[in-house]
Design a protein around this ligand. Structure first.
Ligand SMILES: O=c1ccn([C@@H]2O[C@H](COP(=O)(O)OP(=O)(O)O[C@H]3O[C@H](CO)[C@@H](O)[C@H](O)[C@H]3O)[C@@H](O)[C@H]2O)c(=O)[nH]1
Length: 415
């Protein structure tokens, strides 16, 4: 019988790309495994509005859908795993945390089940610690207050969702299953997040419980050659164009329009951007609609900084290209990523929101100038180059990530 590994990604781009790259990484080093990915088609016509505040609400709605879709597919996933087991030895079932509905299915079939955590080690500390936070009477009496998590800087942003909400219950349940799983593969590397990883491995994030084995195998990212794909989600931030314009620096801006455009007519850049913007910035700015080959762009020598929404794949891609960041989070765990990038890793400068929750153009201008012109910007630039070299070393022979991958695949081979 062939040794099979089944991977079950969530369909969101940031999750899917990462899991496909993980499959490729495993195959490169261990070509004897047969790899299968279960991919669902995401529902269409998701409603995504255009302000940051609405983006947060919408992201919660999408997150609920992301948990719901795999639940609807439980019977087919069950059938598939059963059928595959007749001809192959299924050594591992590796699931995205949004695919938690499948945990019970594979566990009942006695298939070792692993989670692939597509965001940071700091995010994993937080995620595993959720049930402990939830039980803490302080967080009950102070909802919305910053929280303390082992291995993370003090006072990190609290979970965005209300603790009594459906989504919050899903996160809690998934966190509990993750703690019971055969292991967690995480897209980070030791040098980048040694403190958070140490806290997890020392059992501090699951006090009084078993901590599953953790395998930091990152950075798992796509390469410049295959990064030219389309994505359907995104947010337009037209008024912040003034911040870029006034910074005086050359720029490439990838502008997302609301997916509502499918229902309305396709908006031109002139309708999205500040009046006269393209004309005024013609000689030093390039605006691209919807999608750019991000990895290829980041790898270009002339790129001096990256204003990013702090999606974890984007963060790792910037690190691997040695590009310092300006951190402008929008939703999901991105506010936590900003704290990690700015305070813990010192690889980014923060963009701070005003009291109304929006980012002013003056703030963006200030941060872009700071990154490109100041001593603090120079320090961040130097540090990101060191981390780029550390990322490469982690994936090379003798590196920490390759060692973690070998440990994981040895477990699979021996089981
Ligand atoms: O114009 C574009 C825009 C994106 N990308 C690529 O698309 C991916 C985007 O991934 P990521 O940066 O992680 O963003 P999201 O798709 O928003 O990621 C989701 O998944 C991540 C991993 O779990 C989380 O960190 C985020 O908060 C969550 O929104 C990256 O590989 C980018 O290179 C492009 O190539 N061109």
């Amino acid at each position: 019988m062939k040794d099979a590994i089944v991977l079950y990604p969530s369909p969101g781009m940031g999750h899917l790309i990462s899991m496909v790259e993980l499959a490729k990484l495993i195959l490169t080093h261990h070509p004897t495994f047969s790899m299968t990915l279960i991919i669902h088609t995401p529902p269409s016509n998701q409603t995504v509005e255009t302000s940051q505040q609405i983006a947060t609400t919408t992201a919660k709605y999408i997150a609920t859908l992301e948990f719901e879709l795999p639940r609807l597919h439980i019977p087919s996933v069950h059938r598939f795993l059963q059928t595959l087991s007749e001809t192959s030895k299924v050594k591992a079932f590796v699931i995205d945390f949004f695919c938690d509905a499948a945990f019970q299915v594979s566990t009942n079939l006695n298939i070792p089940t692993y989670y692939y955590f597509t965001t940071s080690g700091g995010g994993l500390s937080h995620f595993l610690y959720l049930p402990t936070l939830h039980r803490n009477p302080d967080s009950e009496s102070n909802p919305g207050q910053p929280v303390s998590v082992p291995g993370l800087p003090p006072d990190i942003p609290p979970p965005a969702q209300d603790r009594t909400s459906e989504i919050s219950k899903k996160f809690l349940e998934t966190s509990t299953h993750m703690a019971e799983s055969s292991g967690v593969v995480v897209n980070t590397f030791e040098l980048l997040e040694s403190r958070a990883l140490r806290a997890i491995m020392d059992g501090l994030c699951l006090p009084g419980k078993r901590t599953p084995p953790v395998f930091p195998v990152g950075p798992v990212i796509s390469t410049a050659e295959n990064s030219d794909k389309e994505d359907e989600n995104g947010y337009s931030v037209g008024r912040n164009g003034y911040g870029l314009e006034n910074s005086g620096h050359r720029f490439l801006w990838v502008v997302r329009d609301s997916p509502n455009e499918e229902k309305e007519k396709e908006k031109g850049l002139d309708e999205i951007l500040p009046e006269g913007f393209i004309k005024r910035t013609r000689n030093r700015g390039l605006v691209v609609k919807r999608w750019a080959p991000q990895v290829a762009v980041l790898s270009h020598d002339s790129v001096g900084g990256f204003v990013t929404h702090c999606g974890w794949n984007s963060v790792l891609e910037a690190i691997c290209a040695g590009v310092p960041m300006v951190a402008w989070p929008l939703y999901a765990e991105q506010r936590l990523n900003r704290v990690l990038l700015v305070e813990e890793m010192k690889l980014a400068l923060p963009v701070d929101e005003s009291e109304d929750g929006f980012v002013s153009s003056a703030e963006l201008e200030k941060r872009v100038r700071e990154l490109m012109e100041s001593e603090r910007g120079r320090e961040v630039r130097e540090r990101v180059k060191l981390m780029r070299d550390g990322a490469k070393a982690a994936m090379d022979a003798g590196g920490s990530s390759l060692a973690a991958l070998t440990e994981l695949t040895q477990l699979w081979k021996q089981s």
